[in-house]
Design a protein around this ligand. Structure first.
Ligand SMILES: [Zn+2]
Length: 1103
């Protein structure tokens, strides 16, 4: 009993969210680590089995928590509850009720009553007995009896299942209903329901609207008001759960509830407690809802006729009008520098070329000029021109199209298509006409390929519609990249558009494993040229232009300084000892996990300890230590175990994490900041929140655990004095001293210097800026106003974010020289307009090769320098590699260009021939195979149902095997699936295709307009026709199948046509699911792109 009372916050007011609960800590500040993916894929514990029937046939089936949902009716104090339940509940409980009701203070009274009631209804057995009596005798019972059983027809199956899953068996809290019923504000929920488009949800509002009417609560006593509140909270829940939506699915009540909670800051914590990532969940729900209301899109198939393929670009005017701001007047929005003119020269002569120029040299202007020049030239000779710029990612679509539009309007019309557009109310803009009415389009290659292949007139574009291809970031063009797939179409076509590639770093073709090597790098560059059908490489060669370019994109000196932490750091050593102590203290409990939980491996609990020579805490700062803690925490969170033990372990791990981050901070900053951090975090950690009450009872399980935690925390706090004594000595950090001396040195060179220091985390950024400001020498040399910082504007202030006004002001001050030193996180790297600066310092912060170039690209002032300060050789060597790669690329560029034009052409030509031959070879083999004739039936490997015949299988993009039998969709299901690292590929993935028996048949992909089912080789068995003999082979791979049994040819237009509407015609439910999955996949891809961006600058919770 005790544990239950304790589990409800005894705190006043809104106690729904226990901010101290380790489960609820915002993860965004936590570092990424190497082991994240590994522990994500570990097996999850099984949930308790779902009941076979819906709702409760009798009271004996009801769990206590469900009964507590009706507690305010059962224990309505306006009835004689004591008499009613006298023989049902124990005497001591009766006493508790009497005691609670006697309390004078109204507020105390109701709170106590609530806890007492919840306590009484704490176990299934007692709760059921009470419920039985309630139903028999209470005058209240009739009113809600039909709701209590939650049985059909009062509730729908899916609605009940969600209730069962999400409330009764919430993964973290087993008292979620009590939490909601105690303190959730109801007004926002009702306000939300009031305007729901779904009548059933509006009905819930109608039933409860008395509650929000002004008179209802006016004259009630505090105690009475509490009861009304309590009742209404419960009622909102069970009315929603039993609502009978018509437009929505039954289970949607839960998402509507989340949405309602999210509609106000007062109720948002409820959503957060229910689902940590409720925002993601709601995003996905929105997609589902919008798809549900969307009519089935029928391709009533205005199919293209192959004979009508145009041989030259179709004029824009056939596809729509230009926007009014396009006047075709000559635009001169930009002026090219003379080195930029050199870069445009070959392309403007009509050559296919790859332009290599450093970041910051203005390649966008170069591209705009080449495009304008190209279009004007065609116009002069009365020809139609149309340019497409390909970019590798969705964010770049927006960025580049707006650049081009700014530079080319009002003369030329620029359009974009990223693939992230949803087919919205305004109709599908993913149409060929959107592209074809424009002069310039910016898009990702996969959309272009899909449209090239579309059999539908509304979607169809032709290579011949485009006179120039511009490939942005063209170094991506390796064999598998969509750029190359696209170029294969050009290779196999008679029609050849002009091609221009743009890149800042061609790369050297090596990966992290292979060694860098100039020969490989040359080969790599030649191969990219060949794949893109370029004949030449363009870079700046004119000596005057080089000087000019260097003036604009000055090349700073690169320096790497390794500043190892001192080998003896008493402060750090003491913290590391504390880690060992905590690890020791919890070891016995960790061991119980290994013995109690079947697949809880012992190595999960093996945490490293400090060695004999380790006197500076490094054993506890490593990625692997961080990862171990993460994996352990994750497993404790997900495994089935008693709540007390889980809470204890999570709290203890939180303490270890605090030590870990304290040590990390201590490596980079004066120890006083790390100490500050430690005290702040321990201060939060020692609030046990929900468990506070349990601490006193040492004879209870939770009490015992809480006392052990208390002991550990006290142990840490007892060290404060000692630590404080060490701080002074540990304040000096080699890396920090070096930072200060770098700044001072720079000041000696130039008193007006601008310096940017890149730091990994927002917190670190803010704290470092504060700390440096407070440094005497800095204040003396630059003045106390000289230091500023810029961090993400997307974060709240509490998360060390910044408003955009503040950020703009800081940047302005920096530009104008009122501030000289700017601390920045990666936001500054991603295109903020940072003024010319003389010194870039990367403070133990690594990035990719590209980010290396970009960060350095910020150092634009003449003679500017870029310095990396690193505490380990790992970071230093990573950066060194980046430098080498760029250096190598420049050597190659020089080498390539000292070759005579003809020689280079020859090399590229040879490579082109190689690629062409390989492609032809592939096609030939394919055709030969197609002539074989034995037929097989493909049957489901489990249930034996016929999927299709071997001649209905076709190959798409070389590696996808498509089932071209429209009726194969029947009775199948499509389940959501996309990889965590999913990025929009040539064809997008729309789910897993499942047989009627549940066996996976393959995947569903979207190709142009058509949903196509792919076949996994292990999903079917083969029956030879006409003999009907089953092939004995249960280890099919497609390689085996196509070699031994039947060949598979490339998919033909007719086959795509046959499949195009087949899903919606044969299986409407699956069609909807495929649509939803497709949208979710795109969402995921966009998110991944952003995540990738973030991950490159791994955020670490350093100070
Ligand atoms: Zn089957």
């Amino acid at each position: 009993m005790n544990s239950l009372t304790a589990s409800i916050e005894s705190d006043d007011s809104i106690a729904i969210i226990d901010m101290d609960d380790p489960d609820l800590v915002d993860e965004s500040d936590k570092p990424f680590d190497d082991e994240t993916d590994e522990y994500k894929s570990m097996p999850q514990p099984a949930k308790p089995l779902k009941p076979t029937k819906i709702g409760y046939g009798c009271v004996e089936d009801m769990p206590a928590q469900h009964i507590r949902l009706f507690a305010p009716w059962i224990f309505d104090p306006s009835f004689r509850v004591i008499e009613m339940y006298q023989n049902i509940i124990s005497e001591s409980q009766i006493e508790l009720i009497i005691k609670a009701l006697k309390i004078k203070d109204e507020y105390e009274k109701v709170k106590n009553y609530f806890y007492t009631v919840v306590d009484i209804l704490g176990t299934d057995q007692v709760a059921q007995r009470v419920m039985k009596r309630f139903l028999e005798v209470s005058p209240n019972a009739a009113e809600i009896k039909h709701k209590i059983f939650f049985a059909r027809p009062d509730i729908l199956e899916e609605a009940f299942n969600v209730y069962w899953d999400k409330l009764l068996h919430h993964p973290t809290f087993d008292n979620i209903i009590d939490r909601i019923c105690l303190s959730m504000p109801v007004e926002p929920i009702l306000e939300y329901l009031k305007i729901s488009p779904e009548a059933a949800y509006r009905g819930v509002y109608e039933k409860l609207k008395y509650y929000v009417e002004p008179d209802t609560m006016k004259n009630l006593s505090l105690a009475h008001k509490f009861f009304v509140d309590w009742k209404v909270r419960c009622q909102v829940l069970f009315e929603l759960i039993t609502a009978k939506p018509r437009k929505h699915k039954a289970e949607h009540w839960y998402y509507e509830f989340l949405k309602a909670c999210n509609s106000s800051s007062a109720t948002r914590p409820v959503a957060f407690v229910l689902e940590k990532d409720f925002r993601d969940i709601l995003d996905k729900y929105e997609i589902e809802i919008s798809q549900l209301s969307k009519p089935v899109h029928k391709s009533t198939a205005d199919f293209v006729d192959p004979s009508e393929a145009p041989t030259e670009p179709r004029p824009q005017k056939l596809f729509g009008k230009y926007p009014s701001y396009i006047t075709h007047e000559y635009s001169a929005n930009y002026e090219l520098r003379s080195y930029q003119k050199e870069l445009t020269k070959k392309a403007n002569e009509g050559l296919n070329t790859i332009i290599c120029a450093p970041t910051g040299s203005g390649k966008t202007h170069v591209a705009a000029d080449i495009i304008a020049h190209h279009l004007r030239k065609l116009q002069h000779s009365d020809k139609i021109g149309r340019v497409v710029m390909f970019v590798p990612t969705i964010p770049l679509v927006n960025q580049q199209s707006s650049h081009l539009s700014t530079n080319l309007r009002p003369e030329f019309y620029v359009e974009k298509l990223s693939g992230a557009e949803r087919a919205t109310e305004k109709g599908d803009i993913r149409k060929a006409a959107t592209l074809l009415k424009a002069d310039v389009v910016v898009l990702t290659p996969q959309i272009f390929i899909n449209m090239l292949l579309s059999p539908l007139r509304s979607q169809k574009i032709y290579l011949t519609d485009f006179t120039m291809f511009v490939f942005d970031e063209c170094h991506h063009c390796n064999e598998q990249h969509p750029y190359n797939v696209l170029m294969n179409f050009v290779r196999e076509s008679q029609y050849k558009p002009q091609i221009v590639g743009l890149t800042a770093s061609v790369g050297d073709g090596s990966d992290s494993k292979s060694r860098m090597n100039p020969d490989n790098a040359m080969e790599h560059m030649v191969a990219i040229c060949a794949r893109l059908n370029a004949d030449t490489v363009t870079s700046i060669r004119d000596p005057d232009n080089l000087i000019e370019m260097q003036h604009h994109v000055s090349k700073p000196i690169d320096e790497i300084v390794t500043c190892r932490p001192s080998p003896n750091d008493k402060f750090a050593h003491e913290i590391a000892l504390t880690c060992d102590y905590i690890q020791d203290e919890i070891h016995d409990v960790l061991m119980t996990l290994v013995t109690d939980i079947l697949d809880f491996e012992e190595n999960l609990i093996k945490l490293p300890v400090i060695g004999p020579n380790d006197k500076n805490g490094t054993s506890k700062t490593s990625f692997s230590y961080n990862g171990k803690l993460g994996a352990l925490k994750h497993n404790i969170n997900k495994r089935d175990m008693d709540r007390e033990r889980r809470h204890f372990l999570l709290k203890a791990i939180e303490l270890l994490e605090i030590c870990h981050f304290t040590l990390k901070n201590n490596q980079l900053m004066p120890a006083k900041l790390a100490f500050e951090y430690l005290r702040e975090r321990i201060g939060y950690a020692e609030k046990f929140g929900a468990y506070e009450g349990g601490e006193q009872g040492s004879n209870t399980k939770i009490g015992n655990y809480m006392q052990r935690l208390r002991k550990m925390i006290n142990n840490i706090k007892a060290k404060y004095e000692k630590l404080d004594a060490y701080v002074k000595e540990s304040n000096s950090k080699p890396i920090y001293s070096k930072l200060l001396s770098c700044i001072e040195e720079q000041f000696k060179i130039d008193k007006t210097s601008r310096i940017i220091v890149f730091v990994e985390s927002r917190k670190g950024c803010v704290k470092m800026a504060e700390c440096v400001t407070a440094t005497e020498t800095i204040a003396k040399t630059f003045g106390s106003q000289a230091v500023g910082y810029i961090v993400s504007v997307n974060q709240s202030m509490a998360n060390f974010g910044q408003t955009s006004v503040t950020q703009d002001r800081t940047l302005k001050e920096f530009r104008q020289g009122h501030k000289n030193i700017l601390f920045a996180t990666s936001v500054a790297e991603e295109g903020l307009d940072v003024a010319q600066c003389n010194l870039i310092i990367k403070y133990n912060s690594v990035g990719s090769e590209k980010s290396y170039i970009q960060r350095r690209g910020r150092a634009r002032a003449k003679n500017s320098r870029s310095i990396l300060l690193a505490i380990s050789s790992y970071i230093a060597s990573h950066e060194y590699n980046n430098i080498m790669r760029e250096y190598l690329m420049n050597i190659c560029l020089n080498n390539l260009q000292t070759l005579s034009e003809t020689e280079l052409k020859k090399m590229i030509f040879r490579k082109k021939e190689e690629i062409k031959t390989a492609l032809e070879q592939e096609r030939r083999i394919e055709n030969e195979r197609n002539r074989a004739t034995t037929l097989y039936n493909l049957e489901c490997v489990i249930c034996g149902i016929l999927i299709c015949c071997s001649n209905q299988v076709a190959r798409l993009m070389e590696s996808q095997f498509i089932c071209c039998n429209p009726s194969a969709w029947k009775d199948t299901k499509i389940n959501q699936r996309f990889d965590k690292n999913f990025s929009v590929k040539v064809s997008s993935l729309c789910g897993v295709w499942l047989c009627q028996c549940g066996q996976k048949r393959g995947e569903v992909i979207k190709y142009g307009e058509a949903y196509l089912p792919t076949l996994a080789a292990d999903g079917f068995r083969l029956r030879k026709q006409p003999s009907n003999v089953l092939e004995e082979n249960n280890k099919f791979t497609w390689q085996v199948v196509t070699k031994k049994f039947f060949p598979v040819g490339s998919i033909e237009l007719e086959q795509i046509r046959g499949m195009i509407n087949s899903l919606s015609e044969n299986n409407i439910a699956a069609y909807k699911d495929a649509q939803i999955n497709e949208e979710l996949g795109i969402c995921e891809a966009v998110k991944n792109l952003e995540y990738e961006k973030k991950q490159n600058h791994a955020l670490i919770e350093t100070y």
